[in-house]
Ligand binder design. Structure first.
Ligand SMILES: Cc1ncc(COP(=O)(O)O)c(C=O)c1O
Length: 391
């Protein structure tokens, strides 16, 4: 069945204003998400925040079922958290590391995660080790298998890194984690909403996601999955009266489900918006979304590559909707600004965000153009003409 591009664009008011290739930064919200989010803020203004939450309870609670359906888990395994970083942190900082424990990660790990590794290794005496890449530039499964021993406490990898089209083989990594009984944390911030994600298939114990990127939800939203049988072993680093119950003068009891990672006060309009965004994505079908994104990104790479001075930098066997490139003798930030003057949105990815990978490839910055299913072929062509004209 043909993809209903016309409906996708009609639902997206931003399409009338910008050529948006910054969907891995923050995508354009579709109208239903916008309406639901604004609608709840209006209700709060009219009748009061607590009263609005009571009235909209069903729409608020929907986010747990929607996220659970999206990634194939139960609603009790979902915590709604304000962004992917804090979601990931709440899982990671809950793990009781001991001196000598090993944490295995990948080359293109995100800065915030790596900073957390460094902090925890400093505090606990655990160590972080990086699994080398294979010849395709993705995590080497062979190297991973060789690094496994009884001291490996955690495998923590990013599915799609911030700096390119690479898709790490998380299902295969999951098999290694399972076979060896090792905790497995996946940063799916850039992949959720872009491609099908199934935590059963991946075999991960924890997975973090954000709302504003490929899910097209409001900013300041995200979620964390923690598997039921792991939950009880993880005491969150921070607890409030929502995450735990104060039952006696010197005793608290942590709530049994993943809400132990949440806080009481939260952005209700954001939760509703995120629920609608997930339902909206599910309405398109994640297989359909993924196929369309891959095709558009393939088209973009094929049209960019022959342009004078342009080098497309994406790596990996499977490449996603994030297209990174450099142009000879041109500063990526200047390219971003020049495109922005034509109302073309891209972002710049910098060394500091994925330091190990960028250093290994001798790169400082790249232009990052990230497409979504509502982008069209005409935009891809217009984008390439604009890049060509910069030369
Ligand atoms: C791989 C990866 N992980 C985590 C994050 C952080 O997500 P958030 O900004 O929602 O905390 C990003 C953001 O770009 C990312 O690319």
């Amino acid at each position: 069945m043909a993809f209903d591009l016309q409906r996708a664009r009609q639902d997206t008011p931003g399409c009338d204003h910008v050529l948006h290739f910054n969907n891995a930064g923050s995508s354009l919200m579709p109208e239903p998400v916008l309406d639901a989010t604004i609608g709840h803020l209006q209700l709060e203004a009219q009748i009061g925040g607590y009263e609005a939450a009571e009235q909209a309870e069903h729409a608020i609670e929907r986010v747990y079922d929607a996220a659970a359906t999206l990634i194939n888990c139960s609603r009790e395994e979902i915590a709604v958290i304000e962004n992917a970083t804090r979601a990931w942190d709440m899982a990671f900082y809950s793990i009781p590391f001991q001196p000598g424990d090993r944490i295995l990660t990948a080359m293109a790990e995100y800065a915030s995660n790596y900073i957390a590794f460094l902090q925890i290794t400093k505090k606990t005496g655990a160590v972080v080790e990086v699994v080398p890449n294979d010849t395709h530039g993705q995590l080497s499964l062979e190297a991973l298998r060789e690094m496994i021993d009884e001291r490996v406490k955690l495998i923590a990898i990013t599915h799609v890194p911030t700096n390119g089209g690479l898709v790490n083989p998380i299902v295969e990594v999951g098999k290694v984690a399972r076979e060896n009984g090792i905790l497995y944390l996946v940063d799916a911030c850039q992949s959720v909403g872009q491609m099908p994600i199934d935590v059963e298939q991946i075999g991960c114990d924890m997975l973090s996601a954000t709302g504003r990127k490929y899910l097209r939800g409001p900013r300041g939203t995200g979620f964390l999955f923690v598997r039921n049988n792991v939950l009880e072993r993880l005491e969150p680093p921070l607890l409030d009266l929502h995450a735990a119950k104060w039952v006696d003068k010197d005793r608290y009891v942590i709530v049994p489900d993943a809400r132990r990672f949440e806080t009481w006060e939260t952005n209700y309009a954001g939760k509703i918006g995120l629920a609608v965004a997930i339902d909206y994505a599910l309405g398109w079908g994640m297989d359909t979304v993924w196929r369309r994104i891959k095709n558009l990104a393939y088209m973009l790479r094929s049209q960019l590559s022959p342009l004078p001075g342009v080098i497309v930098r994406d790596r990996g066997v499977t490449q996603c909707g994030i297209v990174t490139f450099t142009v000879e003798d041109k500063d990526p930030e200047e390219i971003r600004l020049a495109l922005s003057r034509q109302r073309i949105n891209v972002s710049v990815t910098r060394r500091e965000s994925t330091l190990l990978d960028m250093d290994a490839r001798g790169l400082k910055t790249m232009v990052r153009a990230s497409v979504h299913y509502f982008n069209n072929e005409e935009e891809v062509e217009r984008f390439c003409r604009a890049v060509e004209a910069l030369g």
